[in-house]
Design a protein around this ligand. Structure first.
Ligand SMILES: [Zn+2]
Length: 324
């Protein structure tokens, strides 16, 4: 019979053949694990909407870090949840606040661990917005000053990477200047360049205690309908000196991972956010899906779209699966 079609199945014939021609891989080195630190001792509060994810006090964080390092995870993203909150988020840039204490503790016990600091105000403000408020408006330029102070305080506490997340215009250059002035010109900035105002952050707000007390974040985070705008956001951050670009949320906006990959040569980071995690966990707990396969497909999807790194609450599970 004359061949009138292509035989794609030749390369799928056996597990060894499929391994041979596999285009993308998820490695433990690609994973960044988020951590939520609270004040007090002996605290390990499971987030109800995020089974397996905890708010940790410094002592339980120390235990958790041993486990994380033993699993081969080499980067963590730190969120602090202070008891005291006020209008201008003072605990964000207080050198002795819970987040800074946690960073010092991790760097002392695990000097090789890459500590990435979330740099925002919403976990620290009593109104839950990501910046300073004036007559109901989130003030851009006043907030930049506080972000610069926060980044410097975090760098002093040992942060290896500063990750600004609040979508203020000019946050990368403001932080770059503040870091450079304080002698931290070697600290890179991982910018939340393309961050949508998204319902996929719901469970995170329980974890970080950062639900806005009025209004929403649509005046600073991007409209979920817009892709070209994301390229403008990323271009500004690159011009301002960003060293990494984050897309958040990752799963529903994987087109943006690909667009950034095609337009910029910086490392691209996909944030596999809280609700993406919660949906998988809920379905898995009901026995409706194969959790491991769903998670691995999702993560390799990020890699295929062009992500170099993935921030994910599944990191510990994935590290275990990869080590088998
Ligand atoms: Zn924020």
């Amino acid at each position: 019979m004359a061949q009138t079609f292509d035989r794609h199945r030749r390369l799928r014939k056996s597990a060894a053949m499929r391994n041979l021609v596999r285009e993308n891989h998820v490695r433990v080195e690609d994973l960044i694990y988020p951590l939520f630190v609270v004040e007090g001792t002996g605290i390990k509060n499971e987030i109800p909407s995020m089974p397996g994810v905890y708010q940790l006090s410094l002592d339980t964080l120390a235990e958790e870090m041993k486990e994380i390092e033993a699993l081969g995870i080499q980067a963590v993203l730190m969120f602090g949840v202070p008891t005291h909150k006020d209008a201008c988020g003072t605990e964000a840039y207080n050198d002795d606040a819970i987040t800074q204490q946690a960073m010092r503790l991790i760097k002392e016990a695990h000097p090789e661990m890459i500590v990435i600091a979330d740099t925002c105000l919403c976990e620290y403000t009593d109104h839950g917005h990501c910046g300073v408020i004036h007559e109901g408006e989130v003030m851009n330029d006043e907030t930049l000053k506080l972000l610069g102070q926060t980044a410097v305080s975090q760098a002093k506490a040992g942060a290896d990477i500063i990750a600004p997340s609040n979508m203020m215009d000019g946050f990368v250059v403001a932080i770059r200047e503040a870091l450079d002035e304080a002698g931290f010109e070697h600290i890179p900035i991982m910018s939340y360049a393309v961050k949508y105002a998204s319902a996929f952050y719901g469970p995170f707000r329980d974890a970080a205690g950062s639900t806005p007390q009025f209004g929403d974040r649509k005046s600073y985070q991007m409209d979920a309908s817009n892709a070209r705008e994301g390229l403008r956001e990323a271009a500004s951050d690159v011009k301002e000196g960003a060293d990494f670009l984050i897309v958040k949320p990752g799963l529903a906006f994987m087109d943006m991972v690909l667009r950034l990959r095609e337009n910029f040569n910086l490392p691209i980071v996909a944030y596999n956010v809280s609700a993406e995690y919660s949906m998988v966990k809920a379905a898995a707990l009901n026995g409706w899906i194969d959790e491991e396969r769903i998670v691995m497909e999702t993560l390799v999807g990020f890699k295929r779209a062009g992500a170099d790194l993935i921030i994910t609450y599944h990191a510990k599970d994935v590290a275990k699966w990869l080590a088998r």
